[in-house]
Design a protein around this ligand. Structure first.
Ligand SMILES: N[C@@H](CCC[C@H](N)C(=O)O)C(=O)O
Length: 278
């Protein structure tokens, strides 16, 4: 099986082109084996790039623990780069399907290759039942949550996948690595949750660390940065346009007032390709 390793702001996945070969029969098990940083290729998970009847391509993503996720912000930028650079569809605006949703992506092309991608992430889902969270709704904004005996004010947002945003003075290892997994598995989030720890540096700039559902701490999370942009506005902490500093790089976010869509812009990088024994 041929694969390509790519990353967006350091959030790295193993990509398998299923235009050219059959989709793997056990993507969950394959994701676990490939993602292992000692015995596999190494990565935050597996992303399949498939033909679609409704779009230029379909993305299907699996976390490092093999669990499926509906959406991946850094991943979808890399899928767009792969689709363009590898001549699967040579258009500067692509439509990519993920979990039945169609997303539109605008490519910045330099020397025939995609460097940056702006993704229309669609409208955030704020209704508690649809995130899903059992915290009292209809919206969960600055709502108290007890995690490991400590009380946090959390804001819940779905960008197709669930996020719990926590604004803090300092996103320490103790919070990210210690409390992050507790919130991921808290019964208040029946499908588990991605946890975003955020320091506000200015109304247009934040620093974020992410504990991802199914992958642990990653260097960046695109859907997470989108959720943070929305949570910053809902809690009155940030402007609608915000630069998000992540461990692996910068993402530009905007929650557009006119159409209620979130727009995310960031890099997409191809690292290397190889073959994995079937
Ligand atoms: N890193 C991704 C999100 C990947 C999926 C997530 N861990 C989940 O289970 O929802 C991103 O860039 O959005």
């Amino acid at each position: 099986m041929k694969f390509t390793k790519m990353h967006g702001a350091g959030n790295d996945y193993v990509y398998v082109d299923c235009f050219a070969q059959d989709p793997p029969p056990d993507p969950e098990g394959l994701a676990r084996r490939l993602a292992d940083r000692h015995t596999g290729v190494g990565g935050d998970g597996l992303i399949l790039i498939l033909p679609s009847e409704r779009a230029d391509a379909e993305m299907r993503m699996y976390n490092a623990d093999g669990s499926y996720s509906e959406m991946c912000g850094n991943g979808i930028r890399c899928v767009a780069k792969y689709v363009y650079d590898h001549n699967l569809c040579r258009k500067p605006r692509l439509v990519i399907e993920s979990a039945g949703k169609l997303l539109s992506l605008d490519l910045t092309i330099e020397d025939e290759r995609v460097e940056r991608v702006r993704v229309d992430m669609g409208e955030p889902i704020l209704d508690a039942a649809h995130i899903p969270t059992l915290l009292p709704g209809p919206m969960v904004v600055n709502t108290p949550l007890d995690a490991g005996g400590q009380l946090f004010a959390v804001t819940a947002v779905s960008m197709g996948n669930p996020h719990c945003v926590v604004f803090v003075e300092c996103a320490t290892d103790e919070l990210v690595l210690g409390v992050g997994p507790k919130i991921e598995h808290d019964p208040a989030f029946p499908n588990r949750v991605n946890v975003e720890w955020v320091e506000v540096l200015a109304p247009d700039r934040v620093r974020q660390r992410t504990w991802e559902r199914g992958s642990g701490e990653t260097l960046a999370c695109g859907t997470g940065a989108s959720a943070v942009c929305v949570a910053g506005v809902l809690t009155g902490r940030t402007d609608r346009r915000v630069m998000v500093e992540l461990l692996g790089g910068l993402l530009e976010l905007e929650w557009n007032e006119a159409d209620n869509h979130v727009y995310m812009t960031g890099p997409a990088v191809e690292v290397f390709s190889g073959e994995w024994p079937a």
